[in-house]
Ligand binder design. Sequence first.
Ligand code: GLN
Length: 208
Amino acid sequence: MPNGVILSGVEGRVGVLALQGDVDEHLAALQRCAATAIPVKTPADLARVDALILPGGESTTVMKLLERCGLGRPIVERTRAGMPLWGTCMGMIVAAHDVLGLEQPTLDLIDITVRRNAFGRQNDSAKVDLAIPALGGVPFPAIFIRAPWIERHGPAVELLAQREGHGVMAREGNVLATSFHPELGTDARVHRYFMEMVSQQGKASTAA
Ligand code: GLN
């Protein structure tokens, strides 16, 4: 068995940034989809993966840790070169162009402005049946925990889902962002959607 998963004939190893947050849940969700899932803690780990997930957690902490581990720059360089990247909740905040009221620099990988904790605090966490046409007609059971929403998006960004009139899932080329946590539920459609992005990228780089 090779070390990567076969995705429509293309191998891909999916890394999960493992500095803080719900890393194990993403690794388990990827394994349930038969993907090769690797925790990423160092630039050397990053060099071994074909795609990266930034999990849920605490964005201000993770932005500091990214700097300290020397991972911020290589993540930006790899993503700008085409590596598929998906941020869930905290990951959406870290990947955003900017964050309302936050001075700390983000990775600026998707042209969105986000508002943190936009749907309320911990007690306002909710499971919402979300219409996501890109995933088919069945609503997605989306878990929101101190979730951000998208306040502004650039022209190249496609909004894939909205809650209460605010963007909560968006894609710009090889970068995907969700305000909610597919890794905490059992519906694997968003993980599969991301793996399809990985597969497409694999085919594009093989063809190049
Ligand atoms: N509110 C958190 C933050 O701003 C994100 C919460 C989450 O990832 N569930 O970093």
